[in-house]
Design a protein around this ligand. Sequence first.
Ligand SMILES: NC(=O)c1ccc[n+]([C@@H]2O[C@H](COP(=O)([O-])OP(=O)(O)OC[C@H]3O[C@@H](n4cnc5c(N)ncnc54)[C@H](O)[C@@H]3O)[C@@H](O)[C@H]2O)c1
Ligand SMILES: O=C(O)[C@H](O)[C@H](O)COP(=O)(O)O
Length: 415
Amino acid sequence: MDTVAQAQTAEADRRLTIVADENMPLLEAFFASIGNIIKLPGRRISRQDLLERNADILLVRSITPVNQALLEGTSVSFVGSATVGTDHIDTDWLKQAGIPFANSPGCNASAVVEYVLSAMTVVLDERDKCFEDVSVGVIGCGHVGGMLADILEELECTVVRCDPPLHDAQQEAQQAMAAKGRDEGRQPSQPVYEPMEKAMACDFVTLHVPLIKEGPYRTLRLLDADMLAALQSHQTLINTSRGQIIDQAALKQRLQRIDELFAVLDVFENEPNIDYELMMLCRLATPHIAGHSLDGKGMATAQVYEALSNTLGLPVRHKLGQFLPEPPLRKMNFSRDAEPQWALHTAIRACYDIRGDYNKLRHGRYLPEEKRGEYFDSLRSNYRIRRSFNRVKVGLKGGRSVLQDYLEAVGFRID
Ligand SMILES: NC(=O)c1ccc[n+]([C@@H]2O[C@H](COP(=O)([O-])OP(=O)(O)OC[C@H]3O[C@@H](n4cnc5c(N)ncnc54)[C@H](O)[C@@H]3O)[C@@H](O)[C@H]2O)c1
Ligand SMILES: O=C(O)[C@H](O)[C@H](O)COP(=O)(O)O
């Protein structure tokens, strides 16, 4: 081997080995300059894989449990999860083992908000109501819940925000101010956080909390059997957080009562082997894809790439905008005669119609039980390209209108 070839081999040898979930988008675009990428199915990444491949970096999604059993004795020295939720990661163990970890806070907030808005339009149409007619309890007001609550207020819904950690932090900040002699009270622009009971009484109740298994802000079975039994026929419960936030058996029991309580579930206990009976009792149900816009998933990869680059002391060379294609739907137009609520619902569902995902998941009922888990996962892996509302322009005729306000509130660009 000549010197150049030897040098090239040595260079290649020094490159990091990145083991990544095969369904993380834009892996090569972001990480090829950092290391050699080995793609594996997320549910099957094992300690053996990491040892055999001498992995330095592990990049996962929500379906790979990352803990001592997976990593101890391997050469993995960075873990990235292209997700918001971190309930699949033993962050305490990673800390103790000195392995840096990064996830992607807020990456898919718009996608989840758009999912909830789409679900709401379906239910509102069925109940012959508009956004302004209903109250919405938003439980968990971080990236997703906070954005959703703001938008719903602009659509003239009555919004009840519930977020005990944010409520307590607000109180502490006020007490600290008061202690310093600057008792300025609550700032007018600060949100008001209400008790859970008030949120649970709204026409729509939507959950946007992390899965927390213990402690004062525990969310495991946050909605218990009593709360679920108390839900009324006119209400709609939406869960895009994690299946374990709700007592699923109790929800199933409640939905078996013949009335018009609606459930919209994107997340289930025991994914991908979900309870099909429960799923069939839902008004809408989808295979954990609320956050799956290309923009949201791409942003997750971008955030993990940035964190890894910073950890390695490398320059951040790539930005998501470089790699995103044109959206399939670029523009829609409404005439002067478009009735605002109809046009808003139409625009939302032109961009993302939750019923397509619902119909596909329901189709799984025709499969033998043992094939349904695989089917659930295949719907997630082969997910069609879905784009954010803010990639779409809407053409309107005439001067400023209520419709323009609504469309802008949900993220469309007005042309
Ligand atoms: N289905 C999907 O595709 C999808 C996509 C994104 C996020 N998620 C899930 O949604 C969750 C929320 O996402 P996010 O980006 O808004 O997270 P976030 O961390 O920005 O916000 C979570 C909020 O929940 C609040 N909270 C914590 N404990 C609470 C409690 N006991 N009661 C009420 N509020 C509580 C926190 O104070 C915080 O404001 C994630 O943790 C993840 O599990 C699912
Ligand atoms: O926590 C999250 O970000 C979401 O649950 C996430 O969208 C799930 O992502 P996946 O595992 O399908 O990549």
